[in-house]
Write a protein that binds this ligand. Structure first.
Ligand SMILES: [Zn+2]
Length: 108
């Protein structure tokens, strides 16, 4: 387990860019605003997953389907940080709803 958590001081309506290729992986000018690049491991919120690679899902303690089925018991950030993926960065941003965050996982 080797992750880094970086809190982004951005608004919920701001784009989130990949630090490697600069692609806007959250891009509000697109109808489908989730635009993962090759460095994106997951895009999640406290209330569920928007995107995850098979490779990253295999490093988690439980599957995304299982988490969604038990979302009253699952704390998404705890599951993400329990991943056995070797090296990744979690960019946390405010979801614009009290107490909720979005988490974008990028390879280190
Ligand atoms: Zn990228």
């Amino acid at each position: 387990m080797a992750y880094q958590l970086i809190q982004l001081s951005i608004q919920a309506t701001d784009n989130i860019n990949c630090p490697h290729c600069q692609q806007a992986v959250i891009n509000w000018s697109e109808e489908q605003y989730v635009q993962p690049c090759e460095h994106t491991l997951f895009i999640a919120m406290d209330i569920g997953f928007e995107y995850i690679t098979d490779e990253f899902e295999h490093t988690l303690r439980r599957t995304v389907d299982d988490m969604h089925a038990n979302d009253d018991q699952v704390v998404v950030i705890e599951e993400l940080t329990a991943s056995s993926y070797p090296d990744f960065v979690i960019y946390q941003s405010d979801l614009g709803v009290e107490g909720y965050s979005r988490y974008v996982g990028i390879t280190a």
